[in-house]
Design a protein around this ligand. Structure first.
Ligand code: UDP
Ligand code: MG
Length: 312
């Protein structure tokens, strides 16, 4: 008889007290119906509400539940990494705790694993988020795909499947700040994207502010491409050429019209100067981003700090 594969479901949780019970009530029956061994790994990402308490009380009621408790809030992707580090499954599925990813879609992912795919991306069908979030993510999906050369249609959907080999690759390259769906494509041999349903957040509120979303985009851009740096180089080159031409023109005009003209040229000069200074600041900021990340990388700080693990 062929050994049955172990399925690990990884769920990061940050202040999700209202969602745990409804989630488990839907998730466990789906997993039990799959006819394969499974474990559900819930990572408590430093919640300040009753998330941990509720999880611990569920330990007694459900078999196959693992709680990974982090020392404080490290963010969704660090929490998923913590989950990966503890998961024993051959096939791993990540999902959100807020029921935006319906657990009923899990069998679809398992089917793709059975078809031999090692990375299963998902595209949200009928996405239930604000119009602003939808437009913003459409733009960033395109932009990021273009810049990073990673062709994913929906970077944002966390209901995804990863084979053991892909997760091994991710764990062996622990980057301090990373974006797991994008990093995973690097290690995949036979990826596929499928459509999954998307629902409204069941309870609580989104943990992502505009600033955090922006940070995520920066992680994606700087983490997977050198394009911004290259653009910087070309802009710099262009500015230098432009400056040189302008200088020659100004000196020529000064020689032709005499010193009287030069005083009136002060304002144009200022304009050019401001423009240049602006460009320099922009460039410095961008360089700073990269240097900051290099600093974080060489420091080799852990992505997360584990407090304890309990399982039923
Ligand atoms: N999450 C987390 N740590 C954080 C922020 C979020 O573990 O610092 C979890 C959260 O509990 C949820 C998932 O990541 O399970 C997605 O978060 P959310 O639903 O707020 O994101 P959105 O759907 O708005 O993109
Ligand atoms: Mg959500």
């Amino acid at each position: 008889m062929v050994k049955k594969r172990l399925l690990s479901v990884i769920i990061p949780m940050y202040n999700e007290e209202d969602n745990i019970c409804p989630l488990f009530d839907r998730l466990f029956p789906v997993l039990q119906g799959l006819d394969m061994p499974f474990e559900v790994i819930c990572i408590n990402d430093g919640s300040t509400d009753k998330t941990l308490e509720i999880l611990e009380s569920e330990l007694k009621r459900r078999s196959g539940l693992v709680i990974v408790n982090l020392a404080r809030n490290f963010g969704q992707h660090a929490a998923v990494m913590a989950g990966f580090s503890r998961a024993r499954g051959d096939w791993l599925i990540t999902m959100d705790a807020d029921l935006q990813n319906p657990p009923e879609e899990i069998p679809k992912l398992v089917e793709q694993f059975e078809n031999g795919h090692d990375l299963i991306g998902t595209i949200r069908e009928g996405r239930q988020d604000s119009r602003f979030r939808k437009i913003a993510s459409r733009i960033t999906n395109r932009l990021v795909a273009r810049i990073s050369g990673i062709s994913l249609h929906d970077f944002g959907c966390m209901l995804r499947g990863y084979s053991r080999e892909v997760v091994k690759g991710i764990l062996e390259n622990p980057e301090y700040r990373t974006f797991i769906p994008a990093l995973a494509t690097f290690f995949a041999r036979n990826p596929i994207e499928i459509y999954v349903r998307h629902e409204e957040r069941a309870g609580g509120s989104s943990k992502y502010s505009l600033l955090k979303l922006f940070g995520l985009q920066l992680d994606l851009m700087t983490g997977f491409s050198m394009w911004p740096l290259r653009i910087l180089f070309f802009v710099g080159l262009f500015m230098a050429l432009f400056g040189m031409v302008a200088a020659v023109v100004i000196i020529g005009l000064r020689l032709y019209y005499g010193p009287g003209w030069a005083a009136e040229g002060v304002f144009t000069l200022f304009a050019a100067l401001f423009f240049l200074v602006g460009c320099q600041f922009f460039a410095l900021g961008l360089l700073g981003e990269y240097i900051g990340r290099i600093f974080q990388a060489v420091r080799k700080r852990p992505t997360f700090i584990l407090e304890w693990v309990k399982s039923s």
